[in-house]
Design a binder for this molecule. Structure first.
Ligand SMILES: Nc1ncnc2c1ncn2[C@@H]1O[C@H](COP(=O)(O)OP(=O)(O)OP(=O)(O)O)[C@@H](O)[C@H]1O
Ligand SMILES: [Mg+2]
Length: 505
C-alpha cells in the first residue's frame, strides 16, 4: 500500500536518512528495528508530515503523495503514536481524544456536542476491547493508559496505516498482550502496521516482515520467520555480539544496609506499609503489575512524594525531612521513568544536561573548569555511545534512546550511594541495555546500592540479587534471585490480584 523510495533527510551536515526505501503491504505488520539514532523516528516523522524530506518519494497505492503536514497524513489514513507521548496533561481522556480533530458533525455553531463525541469514544472502546476511564486527566494516567489513549486517538479516524513508535516501552507483559490483541484486531480490519520496538521478542512474535536500519540506511528487509534475535542484532550492529549473560554475584551478608524502610506509607496511600532494605553492593529489583505503586515507592524514598508515616533510614541515619535536593546531598539519585518530563532540561545541550546536578565539581569560585567538564562528558558519551553531533547539540535533537543515555550518565556522574532506577533501559537498544546493566553492576561492585524498578520481569531476573513483589502499594513477596523463575513472580502478582478482586466484589 505504501512505498518509500530513496528517502533522504539531513540535519545540518548530518544525514539522518540516506536512500531509505521500504514498502508496506495491505494488512501487514511491518517491524522497523535499529540502534538508538538509526533513523527510525525520523522516517516516521517524514511519513506523518512533521519533517519534510530532502529527497526521495512516497507512494500510496502507486500514486505519488506529498505529506506536507500532519493534517495531510491523517487525511489519507496514516495515523501515528509517537515515541514521546503527545497528550496534554491538564486535559481529560475525552478532551485529548478529540484534540485537533475537526468533527463538523459534532459541532452546532460554536458549541461542541460533547454527548455525541463521548458516545463515539465509548463505542470505539467497546469495539477495540479497551477499558479506560476517559474522564480522568491525562496526568493521572499510567504510561500504559496513555498509550491506549493515543491508540484510540489514532483509531478514531480512518486508519489505513497505523505507525507505532515504541508503544510498549512503558508497558509490562500483560499490558503489552492487550496492545497486541488490539493490533491484531486492527489488522483483521485491514489496517497495516509499522511497528518500532527495541524488544526483539515482540518483533519476532508480532510482525510479518522486518526492516533493519543502520546509521540512517536500510540494511535489509526480511521475512520475520527467517529471523532470530541474534541475526537481527547482528544486522543492526554489523557485528557479532558475544551474549553478555549476567554472572550472578554474591553479596557479602556482613555489608551494611544503605536503605531501610519500616512500615512506610505515602500520604496518598499509593505506597502502604512497605518494609524493605538494600545493602551496600546489592541490586534489589522491584516488580509489580501496572498500578502496583512501583514508581510511587521510588518517589516516596526520593522525596518527590509525601510520606505519611513509617521509618526511613539511609546509612544508619533516620531521615526526617525529605526533598529531592536533600536526597541528592545524601547521595541518593532517582532516574525517573518519564525522563523527558522529569530528567532533562529540554532547551539545554547534551553537556549541560549531563553535568547539571554535579556542577560544583566543575567550578571554582571564579569560573567553570570547562576543560575538565568537557573531558568527563566526552568519556561518558563514549561509554554509553551517545550519538550526537557534539556535546553542545541541544538535547531535543537527539533520538529518544540517546536522550535516555544522557539522563543515565548524569546520574552516574554524581557518584551516588543509592540509585533509584525506574525503568532504566526503557527505549534503549539491545547493546545499550547490556551496557547499562554492566554499569549498574559496576556501581554495585563499588558498594553503591541499587533499587531497580522494571516492568520487564526478565530484566529484574537478569541483574537483581534479590526481588520484592509489589501489589497495591504493599510488598507481598520477597525472593532471593537464585532459583526463582519469571512464572513464579508473575504468579504471585496474579494471585494477589485475584484475591483483591474477590474482596472488592
Ligand atoms: N531535530 C533534529 N535535529 C538534529 N538532528 C536530529 C533531529 N532529529 C533527529 N536527529 C538526528 O537524527 C538521527 C536519527 O534519529 P532518530 O530519532 O530517527 O533515531 P531512532 O532510530 O528513532 O532512535 P531511538 O531508538 O533512540 O529512538 C540521530 O542522530 C539524531 O540525533
Ligand atoms: Mg526513535
Amino acid at each position: 500500500m505504501l512505498q518509500v523510495k530513496q528517502l533522504d533527510k539531513r540535519f545540518g551536515h548530518h544525514y539522518a536518512l540516506l536512500g531509505v526505501s521500504l514498502d508496506i503491504k495491505d494488512g501487514e505488520i511491518h517491524a522497523l528495528v535499529g540502534e538508538n539514532g538509526a533513523g527510525k523516528s525520523t522516517l516516521i516523522k517524514i511519513l506523518t508530515g512533521i519533517y519534510s524530506s530532502d529527497g526521495g518519494n512516497i507512494l500510496l497505492h502507486d500514486k505519488k503523495i506529498e505529506i506536507t503536514e500532519p493534517k495531510v497524513a491523517r487525511k489519507i489514513g496514516i495515523q501515528v503514536v509517537h515515541q514521546d507521548r503527545q497528550l496534554i496533561n491538564s486535559f481529560t481522556g475525552y478532551e485529548n481524544l478529540f484534540l485537533g480533530l475537526t468533527y463538523p458533525t459534532y459541532k452546532v455553531g460554536f458549541k461542541i456536542r460533547w454527548k455525541a463525541m463521548k458516545q463515539k469514544a465509548e463505542q470505539l472502546k467497546t469495539n477495540l476491547g479497551i477499558s479506560l476511564d476517559l474522564g480522568k486527566l491525562a496526568e493521572h494516567m499510567t504510561p500504559s493508559e496513555k498509550t491506549m489513549l493515543e491508540i484510540m486517538r489514532a483509531a478514531m479516524l480512518d486508519c489505513r496505516l497505523l505507525i507505532l513508535d515504541e508503544p510498549t516501552a512503558a508497558l509490562n507483559d500483560e499490558e503489552s498482550e492487550l496492545l497486541f490483541d488490539l493490533i491484531n484486531k486492527l489488522v483483521a480490519k485491514g489496517t497495516s502496521i509499522l511497528y518500532v520496538s527495541h524488544r526483539m521478542n515482540e518483533i519476532l512474535r508480532l510482525s510479518h516482515r522486518v526492516t533493519v536500519m543502520r546509521n540512517g540506511k536500510v540494511a535489509g528487509t526480511y521475512f520475520t520467520k527467517d529471523m532470530s534475535k541474534e541475526k537481527l542484532v547482528q544486522l543492526m550492529t554489523d557485528q557479532t555480539t558475544a551474549a553478555n549473560k549476567h554472572i550472578k554475584r554474591s553479596v557479602n551478608s556482613s555489608k551494611l544496609d544503605v536503605l531501610q524502610l519500616e512500615g512506610v506509607s505515602s500520604f496518598d496511600q499509593k505506597v502502604q506499609d512497605v518494609s524493605l532494605h538494600v545493602k551496600q553492593g546489592e541490586i534489589v529489583g522491584i516488580f509489580g503489575l501496572a498500578g502496583s505503586g512501583r514508581t510511587e515507592l521510588l518517589e516516596t524514598i526520593y522525596g518527590t512524594r509525601k510520606i505519611r508515616n513509617g521509618k526511613l533510614v539511609i546509612k544508619g541515619r533516620n531521615i526526617t525531612s525529605f526533598s529531592p535536593k536533600k536526597s541528592l546531598s545524601r547521595g541518593v539519585i532517582l532516574i525517573p521513568e518519564d525522563r523527558r518530563a522529569d530528567g532533562l532540561i529540554l532547551n539545554m545541550s547534551v553537556r549541560e544536561n549531563m553535568t547539571l546536578s554535579t556542577l560544583p565539581k566543575f567550578s571554582s569560585i571564579f569560573r567553570m573548569k570547562k576543560k575538565k567538564e568537557q573531558a568527563v562528558v566526552h568519556t561518558w558519551m563514549g561509554k554509553l555511545q551517545v550519538k550526537a553531533v557534539s556535546q553542545e547539540q541541544p538535547i531535543t535533537e537527539l533520538s529518544g534512546g540517546n536522550q535516555q543515555k544522557v539522563v543515565f550518565a548524569k546520574a552516574l556522574l554524581s557518584d551516588p550511594i543509592l540509585f533509584l532506577c525506574d525503568e532504566p533501559t526503557q527505549a534503549v537498544d539491545v547493546m545499550t541495555r547490556e551496557e547499562i546493566h554492566r554499569l549498574l553492576i559496576e556501581q554495585a561492585k563499588k558498594d553503591a546500592a541499587v533499587l531497580l524498578v522494571s516492568s520487564d520481569v526478565q530484566e529484574v531476573l537478569d541483574i537483581a540479587d534479590r526481588i520484592y513483589v509489589l501489589h497495591e502499594g504493599k510488598t507481598v513477596a520477597e525472593f532471593p534471585n537464585k532459583a526463582v523463575t519469571s512464572e513464579q513472580i508473575l504468579q504471585v502478582c496474579y494471585n494477589q490480584r485475584k484475591q483483591s478482586d474477590v474482596i472488592n466484589e
